[in-house]
Design a protein around this ligand. Structure first.
Ligand code: AKG
Length: 286
């Protein structure tokens, strides 16, 4: 599956691209089942994700739930976020030599769930040189503007890079940061991503995006997200990240494939990915 010239042009112009269909039906069912299990803290591999922003019975019911790097905890979810299709489509779309995973996300916005801040991903990535990110966001439910889907600010990837600002989880005003950061005279052209379950959206690391509260008390909104970086990226030791820089080998700036596998680089994939993700196929067959 290759992006067309028109899709590449639209991505360059808007800072994002929407595909109505990306994941297949049978895979979607398996992903939803494992998605529920990891939020119960049932780690299929025995490893917990790098960030666990949800504890059953403790986290307030209206908080949007988030886990980061579920690929380490569950191999069916790994097969979704680390797939060759995600990697090759993203690299070609964004004109990159190759991509590796930086971090995945599982995001579960419950009925009446609270917002996530409108932000730029790359602003959080000072620990990388250069800070960059290209994201594939995949819907596990039909999404709509009133169920708290992701919104993109069209064209904002071409604005001057803004510093970090605002609270990511449950901010009082999910648009306050972008309103403060946007250049004078710019327009806040907010685009809700309304796709059927299995649809996907790709965005640039400097495209402002976030999601408002779920206005519906009868609908949830679940998604899995593959946050990738160019294979040309290195560590920036001068600005360590409190969680992810623990994976930097001392005195080296090269990023280790053991922890940040390459999804696609001109046909190459980190060799152990095939065996690791094959578990998803095997478990589908039983
Ligand atoms: O799904 C959302 O609400 C936001 C996700 C997000 O921030 C991202 O995919 O970069």
């Amino acid at each position: 599956m290759h992006p067309t010239a028109a899709q590449k042009e639209s991505y360059r112009r808007d800072g994002f691209l929407v595909l109505e269909r990306f994941l297949e039906g049978a895979q979607l069912d398996r992903l939803r089942e494992r998605f529920a299990r990891v939020f119960e803290h049932d780690w299929e591999t025995g490893l917990q994700p790098d960030e666990v922003n949800y504890v059953p019975g403790v986290t307030p019911a209206d908080r949007t739930r988030q886990l980061c790097n579920v690929w380490k905890a569950d191999r069916v979810l790994a097969a979704g976020v680390l797939s060759p299709r995600v990697g090759s489509f993203t690299a070609r779309l964004a004109d990159l030599p190759g991509v590796r995973i930086a971090q995945d996300n599982a995001i579960w916005k419950p009925p009446s769930g609270k917002p996530l801040l409108c932000h730029q991903d790359a602003a959080y990535l000072d620990h990388l040189d250069p800070p960059n990110m290209t994201t594939c966001w995949m819907a596990l439910d039909d999404t709509a503007a009133d169920t708290g889907t992701i919104f993109y600010v069209r064209g904002s990837h071409r604005w001057p890079h803004a510093p970090l600002g605002g609270t990511f989880h449950a901010p009082d005003d999910w648009l306050a940061h972008v309103r403060h950061a946007m250049p004078e005279g710019a327009e806040l052209d907010l685009v809700p991503i309304e796709v059927p379950a299995g649809g996907a959206a790709f965005h640039d690391g400097w495209t402002f995006h976030g999601s408002p509260a779920n206005a519906r008390a009868d609908r949830e909104r679940r998604s899995i997200v593959s946050h990738m970086i160019s294979t040309d990226t290195r560590w920036n030791p001068a600005s360590p990240h409190p969680i992810y820089s623990r994976y930097r080998r001392p005195d080296e700036t090269e990023i280790d494939e053991a922890f940040f596998p390459i999804l696609w680089r001109d046909g190459y994939r980190t060799p152990w990915l095939e065996r690791y993700c094959a578990h998803a196929e095997a478990s589908a067959a039983v």
